[in-house]
Design a protein around this ligand. Structure first.
Ligand code: MG
Length: 255
């Protein structure tokens, strides 16, 4: 597990974790973690100001590893065409593989390799923003490290959080990882083309588990392999961008 993410923080979902050591050590450890999170929040606010000054909408994509974040980005780039100017920040422990896949689509991608860290943080994203020309971007996707726990605790400066749950996972994931799913502005049920052969995943059950968290976030079912299934996702992106940038001058392209 990551050594820098503060996995002992109660809100981090590790309430039962016990810190052992000298008397007072647990209190000092929590003080350090809270200080780190406050520093992260300050840098995230700075990132958001930076993005806002250029009218860029940033969307943080979070999920388990292998739920199809990069595939969704590839198909989203194809579906959007020239509608919006896109850039991507990719987060992985190692390799530049995902950034290469995005660049192959003709879209700028900055890879962050986190080493042992199981999440992105605001400082990493701040560095990545300096490698982007924000005045040439409408929509910035941040693909977080595949992990349903730690990324939920770190604000990056994004405007929306989208959580993917693939139909190859359990439909009770929202119940098991409430901090992550409660944070979602949108839940995407991905790899829906496999629903025909996976009869143990019920989209309505996943939605019910999300609603049990008092979340009214929309839920969309789609497959990166089936472009027609992306229509509501694309419409959601359009709506968010137009809401975020009321003064946007560029008309939506047809198709
Ligand atoms: Mg990926």
């Amino acid at each position: 597990m990551c050594e820098t993410c503060g996995c002992a923080v109660p809100e981090h979902g590790h309430e039962s974790h016990t810190l052992h050591g000298a008397p007072g050590a647990d209190v000092r450890a929590l003080d350090v973690v809270e200080s780190l999170l406050h520093a992260n929040d300050r840098e995230a606010a700075h990132n958001r100001e930076h993005l806002d000054s250029h009218g860029v909408l940033a969307i943080n994509l979070m999920s388990s590893p292998g739920s199809g974040k990069t595939s969704l980005l590839e198909s989203t780039i194809d579906a959007l065409g020239a509608r919006w100017r896109i850039a991507v920040i990719e987060g992985d422990l190692e390799t530049e593989n995902d950034a290469c896949r995005i660049r192959a689509k003709g879209v700028t991608a900055v890879q962050i390799t986190t080493g042992s860290a199981c999440h992105l943080d605001a400082h990493m994203v701040h560095h990545a923003l300096h490698d982007l020309h924000l005045n040439e971007i409408d929509l910035l996707f941040i693909e977080n490290v595949g992990n349903l726990v730690c990324p939920a605790s770190f604000d990056l400066g994004q405007h929306r959080d989208v959580v993917l749950l693939s139909v190859t996972e359990g439909d009770d994931k929202p119940a098991k990882y409430p901090v992550m799913f409660r944070k979602a502005d949108l839940m995407l049920l991905t790899k829906s083309d496999l629903l025909d052969v996976l009869d143990d995943f019920k989209p309505e059950a996943a939605t019910a588990h999300l609603r049990a968290l008092a979340s009214d976030a929309p839920v969309l079912c789609l497959s990166a392999r089936r472009p027609a299934s992306l229509a509501q996702w694309i419409a959601w992106l359009d709506e968010q961008l137009l809401r975020h940038r009321p003064a946007v001058q560029r008309p939506l392209a047809v198709g």
